[in-house]
Design a protein around this ligand. Structure first.
Ligand SMILES: CC(C)(COP(=O)([O-])OP(=O)([O-])OC[C@H]1O[C@@H](n2cnc3c(N)ncnc32)[C@H](O)[C@@H]1OP(=O)([O-])[O-])[C@@H](O)C(=O)NCCC(=O)NCCSC(=O)C[C@@](C)(O)CC(=O)[O-]
Ligand SMILES: NC(=O)C1=CN([C@@H]2O[C@H](COP(=O)(O)OP(=O)(O)OC[C@H]3O[C@@H](n4cnc5c(N)ncnc54)[C@H](OP(=O)(O)O)[C@@H]3O)[C@@H](O)[C@H]2O)C=CC1
Length: 427
């Protein structure tokens, strides 16, 4: 079993980190080379993925450490350009593991496809016509994807939503509810939606326009819960109780105010998107689902909840759509995507979604804890300082030397980095 606790990982060189990772996750020499050498995604392969390709664009690949999910240690590959994200997630995962880590669950992998029908005068009558022929519609949808049916997936049900009075006249929207197993499922459900459209037109005497999945994947939810005692949260400067009160104040702000909720949820996605990108999944789909779900009550609010239990411990939860796959899209074409799954040791798309939301919950706590106590700048800017040093032209040992001076001075700016670099080079 992998030990995800990574003490001193930060003080290793990237090569030493990969060596450690390879040892504990059993990576082959070829897999190590994929991580360490540039060009894991060849231009030839990239050219097969999207259009007008002229090259590839690399981003840092880090590892979120310390995660324990349902009692299993998980190393989390994170592709992200923003400093302090990996550190904050690892930090909160370290605290959480002392309290049993993250407990997760999820719904089945059910996606929705929408079929828009116009040109009808009796939308409620058309609804009943579709519901009456539900089995026929399901059979037709399921005749299209033998592989998915063989894997135990397929179209499970239909819903019909009526919009009796729109700017374009009465409209009905039929949803296909499809179990997409280990795929993200967009192409799968879109094919089904297109294939049932002639039957839908026949049954409703209407005209079908759009046939496309819904990114509000509210039937495909992943959930995570974490519980941290005051003793675990305590720092030399502050009691655990004080930190919990601060986190609860911060959460309440996000729960009541959409201006704050947008930033709060961005902090959650700081943790989730890097996992989605590292596994070759469609982060726009996950982002769209997250924010639409955050608005499901009609008011945009927090994707997480934070509360205090009767023993005074902080309890955090998250629930959100997680349309991710282990197959399909770029998950098998980008060589590093499958490697990320191997490092995580996940066996199903559901498990991947659950790990991703656990990381999002940890990330949210990392930001709230910092914001409600010392402020975000100390930890974040200290790590961002390395970026600024690079912008100023620092190389090799100069990067850390310049970054440390700026962090110590609480003055992280490019002009200061340039001055420090000049000073360093004069010595
Ligand atoms: C940055 C820390 C973690 C420092 O915090 P610290 O107290 O200086 O950390 P530490 O040195 O005591 O280390 C504690 C643990 O953190 C991890 N850690 C610590 N440093 C590193 C590092 N260099 N490399 C790798 N891991 C690191 C590591 O796991 C370490 O344990 P160890 O393994 O060493 O026993 C803390 O200040 C923090 O969590 N800050 C919050 C940062 C954050 O949220 N960043 C997100 C970007 S800001 C944003 O975009 C979102 C936001 C804030 O707007 C969202 C919102 O408003 O809600
Ligand atoms: N609005 C959106 O979010 C949209 C997103 N997209 C894109 O769609 C792509 C994802 O679509 P998706 O349908 O997942 O991709 P694919 O169509 O590439 O893969 C799904 C197919 O893989 C096959 N398959 C093999 N093994 C499994 C398994 N274990 N579980 C499930 N299916 C399996 C199935 O049948 P078979 O082998 O017969 O194919 C299935 O239909 C992403 O690239 C996304 O960006 C596209 C349109 C809109």
């Amino acid at each position: 079993m992998v030990d995800s606790r990574l003490p001193n990982f930060r003080s290793l060189t990237p090569a030493q980190r990969v060596e450690h990772l390879a040892r504990i996750t059993d990576l082959s020499e070829d897999e190590v080379a994929l991580i360490t050498q540039p060009g894991a995604l060849s231009v030839e392969r990239a050219n097969g993925m999207v259009e007008n390709v002229i090259g590839t664009f690399e981003l840092p690949l880090g590892v979120g450490g310390n995660f324990q999910v349902n009692g299993r240690d998980v190393l989390v590959p994170m592709v992200v350009e923003e400093p302090s994200v990996v550190a904050a997630a690892s930090y909160m995962a370290k605290l959480a593991r002392d309290c049993g880590g993250f407990q997760t669950s999820s719904t089945g992998p059910l996606m929705r496809a929408q079929v828009q029908v116009l040109g009808i005068t009796d939308p409620y009558g058309a609804r009943l016509a579709l519901l009456k022929h539900r089995d026929e519609i399901l059979a037709l949808a399921n005749s299209r994807d033998k592989v998915l049916i063989g894997l135990g997936g397929g179209c499970r049900d239909i819903e019909v939503h009526v919009f009796p009075d729109t700017a374009r006249g009465p409209m009905i929207v039929m949803h296909l509810i499809v179990d997409v197993r280990d795929a993200m499922g967009a192409n799968t459900v879109n094919t089904m939606a297109e294939s049932v459209s002639p039957l839908v037109e026949k049954l409703t005497a209407g005209t079908v326009r759009l046939r496309i999945l819904s990114n509000l994947a509210d039937l495909r939810l992943s959930r995570a819960r974490v519980r941290l005692t005051p003793a675990v949260l305590r720092t030399p400067e502050r009691s655990g109780e004080e930190i919990i009160e601060g986190v609860l104040d911060a959460y309440t702000f996000a729960a009541i105010d959409p201006y704050r909720a947008a930033t709060h949820n961005k902090g959650i996605m700081n943790g989730i998107d890097p996992v989605i990108v590292a596994t070759g999944n469609d982060w726009r789909a996950v982002e769209a689902g997250a924010h639409a779900y955050a608005c499901r009550s009609g008011r945009y609010t927090s994707l997480t909840t934070w509360e205090k239990d009767t023993q005074g411990a902080l309890v955090g939860t998250i629930e959100m759509p997680m349309p991710v796959g282990l197959v399909g899209g770029a998950t098998k074409t980008h060589p590093l995507a499958q490697l990320s799954l191997k490092i995580m040791g996940v066996q199903s798309a559901q498990e991947l979604g659950e790990v991703a939301v656990a990381v999002g919950l940890a990330q949210n706590l990392g930001a709230l804890r910092a914001l409600a106590t010392e402020g975000i700048q100390r930890g974040h800017m200290a790590l961002h300082a390395r970026n600024i040093a690079l912008v100023a032209g620092a190389t090799g040992d100069e990067i850390d030397a310049v970054a440390k001076r700026m962090a110590a001075e609480h003055d992280v700016r490019t002009d200061r980095a340039l001055a420090l670099l000049e000073e360093l080079r004069r010595q």
